[in-house]
Design a protein. Structure first.
Length: 514
């Protein structure tokens, strides 16, 4: 009997060893969905860069219990607890062979659903729906997008998105197409007239966001893995050029975000690892406007691309990676992660002011407004319960407005005297503060759903209603009268993380992000 047992153990030994080895476990259990080298396939990538936003506990819990409303089933019962722990720890380590994503991979990933040349000229939905007052709502709870009629507050359609969209979806100048970026590198062009995707392409393994050029011709995507920028044709997402992002010393840098500076006819790029700001003009006259524009950087293996699409580099004193622009895009307010903020003039390419913004201002979510002839911008702070108002004519702080806790998103509209900010990074995450833009005072605290995250506001095109996310799974989208702060409607949604009004976006309302 003893001999039988030991020979059985001997026979099983390789299997037991294989099961305890997380790399082998990955091959057996995860690869078919999460892809070779953990680069993602029908399920998301499982590289450390893809998982860095999750707490180690969350990774463990997802492997053990699965993820609701997805095809990720739990492995509890199927794998031993110790194996699940090993696997979770292993996923946080970089792969032995660094994953590679080349231009050829980008090109090969492109999927075309519709022929852009054959799209109807008008919306195919009811003529009573205003295509410019549609909202695009990103529901992070189950990775869906709802297109909402902004007059009747009724969904027009709801569709599955790529996993973990991040950053605001961006619109073509006429508001017809919307472009989404997922953290896993997928860019989607979606047609709001036919309510169908036009094309998709994977531009990298870890992407920050996309920007659409003011002339509607180009989409620029910024990646952290690999460290690249990818320029796409906005009409069908054909790849045009990949820029390897390296500093002047040749060291690669992750991209923090890309922005469209429409009045300058250029994209502006914020970098995470280089004390540089990049500007890529899409204006054919750029070389004449900016002497020396086309510099030595000849990057990427792209197709024949006009020289004006090459980056112009502005050296900075330090890494500044969160940006906000004045209305004419002559200046950028730029913050570092450690509480420094500067104003850079994009024409003279020099620092013109320092801003005393401590904590971690979230400039990307700022707003602008004009009051008594002065131009102001206001920003929430991820590490302090306050909204800072900056006088953009003098580059001075005009006010620090105390709120119940650090907030993520600030919003307003030209037709309302109020700005709305959340406190979602704090225990008071259920409370919105409503600030009077005339007095710089909080005039009202609003808790629509006690104990739940009340955050991210966007106004209807006329500014009459504010749409607030109850960021829970399941959550809600609550419509509030922007004048008397009374709730007028509520729609069930799965963790609506952000919502974007076509009109406010394409007209570049000062109250919303661009
Ligand atoms: Fe975001 C926009 C950076 C974490 C939801 N976020 C942006 C933008 C940047 C940015 C640079 C502007 C780009 C754009 O809109 O095109 N975000 C960062 C970070 O560095 C940070 C702190 C850490 C990270 O891992 O990236 C971060 N962001 C988050 C979240 O945890 C949020 C709340 C949930 C999520 O989905 O990841 C989140 N970020 C958002 C949203 C926007 C956004 C909803 C679009 C804001 C808008 O209204 O325009």
């Amino acid at each position: 009997m003893k001999a039988l047992l030991s020979s059985l153990l001997l026979a099983l030994a390789p299997l037991i060893a294989a099961a305890a080895d997380p790399a082998a476990l990955y091959q057996q259990q995860c690869l078919s969905c999460h892809g070779a080298q953990r680069m993602g396939a029908m399920a998301p990538a499982l590289l450390p860069q893809s998982l860095e936003r999750l707490k180690p506990d969350e990774v463990l819990r997802t492997i053990r219990d699965g993820r609701a409303a997805t095809q990720m089933a739990g492995f509890a019962g199927k794998l031993a607890d110790a194996d699940i722990r090993e696997l979770a720890a292993w996923l946080a380590t970089p792969p032995a062979t660094p994953p590679v994503w080349r231009e050829a991979d980008t090109a090969a990933s492109r999927i075309q659903y519709l022929d852009p040349a054959k799209l109807p000229l008008r919306p195919t939905f009811a003529a009573s729906i205003d295509p410019r007052n549609l909202f695009v709502v990103v529901e992070a709870g189950d990775h869906h997008v709802t297109v909402l009629d902004g007059d009747r507050f009724q969904p027009v359609t709801r569709f599955q998105s790529r996993f973990a969209l991040h950053g605001g979806p961006k619109f073509s100048p006429d508001g017809r197409f919307v472009y989404f970026a997922s953290r896993d590198g997928w860019v989607t062009q979606y047609d709001l007239y036919t309510l169908q995707p036009v094309a998709e392409i994977r531009v990298g393994l870890n992407t920050r966001n996309v920007a659409v050029s003011g002339d509607g011709r180009w989409v620029l995507a910024g990646n952290t893995l690999p460290e690249t920028l990818v320029l796409l044709d906005a009409n069908g997402l054909k790849p045009v050029k990949t820029f390897a992002v390296t500093d002047r010393g040749g060291k690669p840098s992750r991209v923090s975000a890309v922005y469209d500076a429409a009045p300058r006819h250029s994209f502006i790029v914020a970098l995470k690892d280089a004390a540089e700001l990049w500007e890529i003009s899409y204006d054919p006259k750029a070389a004449a406007i900016y002497p020396g524009y086309v510099h030595d950087y000849q990057m990427g293996e792209g197709l024949a691309v006009p020289g004006y699409l090459n980056p112009r580099v502005t050296p900075l004193e330090m890494v500044l990676d969160d940006f906000f622009f004045d209305d004419r895009y002559r200046h950028v307010m730029a913050a570092s992660r450690d509480g420094h903020a500067q104003v850079i003039n994009l024409d003279s390419r020099s620092k013109v002011a320092e801003l005393p913004l401590d904590g971690m201002p979230h400039l990307g979510s700022g707003i602008t407004f004009v009051q008594d002839g002065h131009h102001y911008m206001a920003t929430p702070n991820l590490k302090g319960g306050r909204v800072t108002v900056i006088d953009m004519d003098r580059w001075q702080v005009a006010a620090n407005i105390a709120t119940p806790g650090p907030g993520f998103f600030l919003r307003s509209h030209e037709n309302t005297p109020y700005a709305w900010v959340d406190a979602m990074m704090s225990p008071r995450r259920d409370t919105l503060s409503i600030i009077d833009k005339r007095s710089f005072k909080v005039v009202r605290e609003l808790t629509l759903r006690p104990g739940k995250t009340n955050a991210h506001v966007e106004f209807t095109r006329d500014g009459r209603y504010a749409l607030v996310s109850i960021m829970e799974t399941p959550g809600e989208l609550v419509v509030v009268d922007a004048a008397n702060f009374r709730e007028v409607a509520a729609l069930p949604m799965m963790k609506p993380i952000g919502k974007y009004n076509v009109f406010n976006k394409v007209t570049r309302s000062g109250g919303t992000s661009h």
